[in-house]
Design a protein around this ligand. Structure first.
Ligand code: ZN
Ligand code: ZN
Length: 106
């Protein structure tokens, strides 16, 4: 995975009325990474909800299930704790609703 942030091949500029933009300062080739950023939000595919950790997305044989909603799965307590901030609101809704909506809605 490329490092987060901008490569030294581009610089940031702002254009009045149009907002910010990136300008190439070196010759770029197809496939060059010029900008990388962490995902703002991510969900596990419906087909994988029982197979991968919902925090780090690693595949595991044995996952711990969230005791509240029985939907979220995690490698261990550490991943569950890390994911809780984001899962908290989802967990409450899942408990109320009884089942998880599909990946597009989540
Ligand atoms: Zn994990
Ligand atoms: Zn939960």
């Amino acid at each position: 995975m490329p490092k987060e942030g901008m490569a030294e091949t581009v610089e940031l500029f702002s254009s009045e009325g149009k907002g910010r933009g990136l300008k190439a300062v070196k010759e770029l080739w197809a496939g060059d990474v010029i900008f990388a950023e962490r995902a703002y939000a991510a969900v596990v595919f419906d087909s994988l909800t029982h197979l991968v950790c919902h925090t780090c997305f690693k595949r595991h044989e044995k996952l711990h299930r969230c005791g509240q909603c029985k939907f979220a799965h995690y490698c261990d307590r550490t991943c569950q704790k890390d994911g809780w901030v984001k899962h908290k609101s989802e967990c409450t809704v899942l408990k109320k609703h009884g089942k998880a909506p599909n990946e597009n809605i989540r």
